[in-house]
Design a protein around this ligand. Structure first.
Ligand code: MN
Length: 247
């Protein structure tokens, strides 16, 4: 029996090490950082974690859920957008990139809402044919600091929203303050996507696909402060509200 609440898949991050005591050797573990489940629940959805697995399994998960959140994480392999690795590139996990690209394409094809957060907006860009800045500090002159070491509830910089876009309508403001924990960014949105927010140094901070019901990426972390910031709460409410539970 359906609970009437939409089921939202969260793409897990993957790490290798000792997740807690009692292991004799390092383990692979898949995890969701705090914030995402609470924000989805507060907005009326049911969060579940989507672990790193083969493509058929990933597609099976997407087939059963009502929405997808591509969460934050490490860098994306530049070969996936046709670039050689530059010196400022950080850690990548290629299998994870492939899994999330398959998930994003399948979710878009199915027409279920997708919210990309931080790495998630970058993943959307790569999955649909866009390009990334591999490392802001070494590639963008006069960039502000986008890699705050402060916790995610601390606001870092302002972004200006493009009037008339879906995101501006959801947030209901032309300018907001956001947190910032990224050293990569979208350089070129894919064809069919619009950049919908910029920071004062001109970097793309959000994008959307206007022909889709809800295909939006943000470069900041609304899951880090949805209980404190109106704009973050609105993003989750609009996203979960767009996810219709299967009958
Ligand atoms: Mn930023």
């Amino acid at each position: 029996m359906s609970s009437g609440k939409p089921l939202i898949a969260l793409s897990c991050s993957t790490n290798f090490g000792l997740p807690w005591g009692g292991f004799a050797r390092p383990q692979r573990y898949d995890y969701i950082v705090e914030g995402y489940p609470d924000c989805i629940q507060a907005a009326g959805g049911l969060p579940i974690g989507m672990t790193l697995c083969d493509e058929a399994t990933t597609l099976g998960v997407i087939d059963r859920v009502d929405g997808l959140i591509l969460t934050g994480g490490i860098d994306i392999a530049p070969v996936l957008y046709g670039q050689e690795m530059k010196p400022g590139l950080g850690e990548v996990l290629y299998d994870h990139d492939l899994m999330e690209i398959a998930a994003a394409r399948a979710a878009a094809e199915k027409g279920i809402p997708i919210l990309g957060v931080c790495r998630g907006i970058q993943l959307l860009a790569v999955a649909f044919g866009g390009k990334l800045i591999q490392d802001i500090p070494s590639e963008v002159k006069n960039a502000i600091n986008h890699s705050q070491s402060a916790d995610k509830h601390v606001l870092s910089h302002k972004v200006r929203l493009e009037p008339g876009t879906r995101l501006a309508g959801i947030i209901g403001a032309e300018e907001i303050w956001v947190n910032s924990k990224h050293h990569q960014a979208v350089a070129e949105p894919p064809e069919g996507f619009l950049a919908t927010a910029h920071s004062s140094d001109g970097l793309i901070e959000a994008m959307e696909h206007p022909e889709s019901d809800f295909l939006i990426g943000v470069q900041w972390h609304p899951e880090g402060n949805c209980a404190l910031e109106e704009s973050s709460r609105r993003i989750f409410e609009a996203f979960v509200g767009a996810c219709s539970p299967a009958a």
